[in-house]
Design a protein around this ligand. Structure first.
Ligand SMILES: [Zn+2]
Length: 327
């Protein structure tokens, strides 16, 4: 099969499901074979069309679900975990994920309540609960659908620096707090989840720690990009789009894009757009309403980053945060 990549006793079988929405272009997962052992890295999205594609690719590659020995997850997002329940219903395989991912994958009550409390307060302080309505409603829907959506199997936690199924685990928070890279030192293959894509950038999504503190996601993302540039890589298998090799070129572009966004937010604050909501409108216009949670993630992420860099400061006005350029 032409798209199977082999080095010695190791092979990668890409499962690249093309989609026509957003800039993702495809939703990917990978079968990684080492001798007799077969590992599924990420698990796609839980949609009938993806499941059909997944089963068909397995067949094409000469495998069945019963050949899968374990599942590794790069992070907890829905387009990376979709086939997990489908697989474990047929074969109880070990599942591995970052320790921060565990409660998110199991959708524990405690986690969901904390998440809702965090976002409610965040949107009250940075924008408006009215605009946040659909996002908060979606969280309530997830809560009602917990039984159907949660990963219904035990998950083994790993941490930065661990070796899991032969891979070196590297924490790369920013896109999500539980994002990791799986690095095969021998072949120099890197399974990168959503840290880097061949074209465009993924987002640093707003998130919180266990004490409900806002995480410095943009700064974390930047540090994670710099960290991955230190690795000696032959091929990067990302969560979306095609595999690639020119990592430093792509990371440089990402870093430049982040610098641009930082400068843009500071200049918009300097122009007098004081609140996150005004900044979002000034930069994104009407798109702001349609892509509310993504855009607010970015605006809040970058004002937080600019504040940490000492470029702007935030002041409380009523229940809302306002921003001023540091003189
Ligand atoms: Zn993701």
């Amino acid at each position: 099969m032409s798209n199977v990549i082999t080095i010695g006793t190791k092979a990668v079988y890409p499962i690249i499901f093309e989609v026509d929405y957003g800039q993702m272009k495809s939703i990917n997962c990978y079968l990684y074979q080492h001798g007799e052992s077969l590992t599924l890295i990420d698990a796609g999205i839980d949609l009938p069309a993806f499941r059909e594609f997944f089963n068909q690719k397995l067949k094409e590659y000469g495998f069945t679900i019963h050949d899968i020995d374990q599942i590794l997850l790069t992070h907890h997002h829905g387009d990376h975990i979709g086939m997990v329940n489908h697989i474990v219903k047929q074969k109880q395989v070990p599942i591995y994920a970052h320790h921060v991912a565990i409660e998110r994958l199991h959708l524990t009550e405690a986690y969901q309540l904390r998440k809702r409390q965090f976002f409610q307060q965040l949107y009250e302080e940075y924008s408006s609960l009215e605009l946040a309505g659909p996002r908060l409603k979606k969280m309530e829907q997830t809560y009602r659908d917990t039984e159907a959506l949660k990963i219904d199997a035990p998950i083994t936690a790993f941490s930065d620096g661990d070796t899991v199924c032969g891979f070196h685990v590297i924490e790369v928070p920013g896109h999500s707090p539980d994002s990791v890279l799986f690095y095969d030192r021998e072949t120099k293959w890197l399974f990168a989840g959503d840290l880097v894509l061949y074209t465009g950038t993924t987002n640093a999504l707003i998130d919180h720690d266990e004490q409900l503190n806002l995480l410095p996601t943009v700064m974390q993302y930047r540090q994670s990009l710099e960290k991955c540039m230190q690795l000696d890589i032959s091929v990067i298998y990302a969560g979306h789009q095609q595999p690639f090799s020119n990592l430093s070129e792509i990371v440089e572009k990402n870093l430049q894009r982040m610098d641009f966004k930082l400068e843009r937010i500071v200049s918009k604050v300097a122009e007098g757009h004081k609140t996150a909501l005004h900044l979002a409108k000034a930069i994104y216009g009407d798109r702001m309403k349609r892509e509310f949670s993504l855009i607010m993630s970015e605006i809040i992420g970058y004002v937080t980053y600019a504040e940490m860099q000492g470029m702007i400061e935030k002041k409380e006005n009523g229940r809302q945060w306002e921003f001023l350029v540091n003189s």
